[in-house]
Design a protein around this ligand. Sequence first.
Ligand code: PMP
Length: 466
Amino acid sequence: TADEVPGPDGVSGDEITRLAERHLVQPWPVSGSIGAEARGRIDAGEGIYVTDAAGRRLIDGPAGMWCVNAGHRNRELAEVMAAQAMELSYNSPWYTTNVPSALLSARLAGHAPEGVDHVFYTTGGSSAVETALRFMQFSNNVKGRPEKKLIVSRQGGYHGSTYLAASLNGRPRDHDWMDSAGDLVVKLTCPDPFRRPEGTTVEAFCDFLVEEFRQMIEARGAERIGAFIAEPVMASGGVIVPPDDYLKRMRKLCRDNDILFIADEVVTAFGRLGHVFASQDVFGIDPDMITFAKGVTSGYFPLGGVMIAGRLFEELRRSNHSDAMFAHGLTYSSHPVGCAVALKNLDILEGGLLEHARAVSDHFQKSLKALEDLPLVGEVRGLGLMACVECVADRVSNNPLALDIEVGKRIDRHCQELGLLVRPLIHMCVMSPPLTITAAQIDDMAAILRKGIELTMDDLVREGVW
Ligand code: PMP
């Protein structure tokens, strides 16, 4: 077992597990095991693979948490990190600036939609979303319209784990036991074509979604709504690709009503959909702000940020309160090491990885789509190098399975035995491998996932729960 395998630095695996159980608080813990839990340990990574504590090599199906875009153990990224730390490991972003953040900002502006040409750096996705929202609030205060603050998000969305960002989240578990700034947020229907009302076409469903937003603006008043935030493809909500033109039409409503459109591209940027940013290049929209994190450094360094349209700054400069301070900043804003890693990561993306991701994504989608012949699978959907296998109780009704069956976790357990890490989401399995994945590796991944689902079906039948 894992506990008998010596861990890094000569400490026994057993001791490491004991230390974790005694001292480590893992994210998203449940009360019954909070502060006393050690999850399966990963010791190493190489390319699309990780090695667990038992020495098993596993395909990293979710690329960590949708972030290891350039793959594990990339020497160029590791070396640039070390080199920058030796050159300048840190400088105060309040009093000074540094070379990597200036260069990176210009590079990112070159990839973002026209005019979205400024960047505020943070430490990750939550702080990026938080920054975008606080900037909206600040701007409206300065512009003399402090009542224009409501934030519109969607059911099923995920935007982070800081207070305001988490308040936008649209899954029950984000609110069941957690407080949130609920009065600042309004939520719209999840644009999930698979779960659209029975008997409705996808086009009619899209009309409904847009009309719902229009009516909400009318009911609440455009003068009270500050921003609409959306993941172009909802990630943790189950890789929800919205109906065609949904984003364009929502964007138009925002523009017509002077509501800022924030595209949360924490997952969809940096090659996941084959482009540095997906908003314009994939969906043809030009948001006012774009939040990003994760793939910006391929997960090698904690960095995030928000792209902001330059015109929003001009408006502030021209306002009656040009002395008002946006009192918001982080010690690690514009971190030189993070920005240096991001610059090298962009070199890798532009140097062929984006092209590779675009080239293999069709095979990736088709290979997973083929799993729809399994009776447990209701739908396989996705875009680029993100996909979701949604399991159902039966394929006629497409009713969800009982939650306590935890079918995703069961599939993940079988797949791990067979050499694949899956990201279970209740009754869904999400796949978003490193972008370096080859066609042959995609075949391996799909074959293991098929076997894992087949074994799970056998278990469910044997236990009489399906
Ligand atoms: N937005 C989206 C769309 C995300 O998927 C995530 C993280 N999964 C976040 C924001 C929050 O990012 P972080 O965990 O880096 O704070």
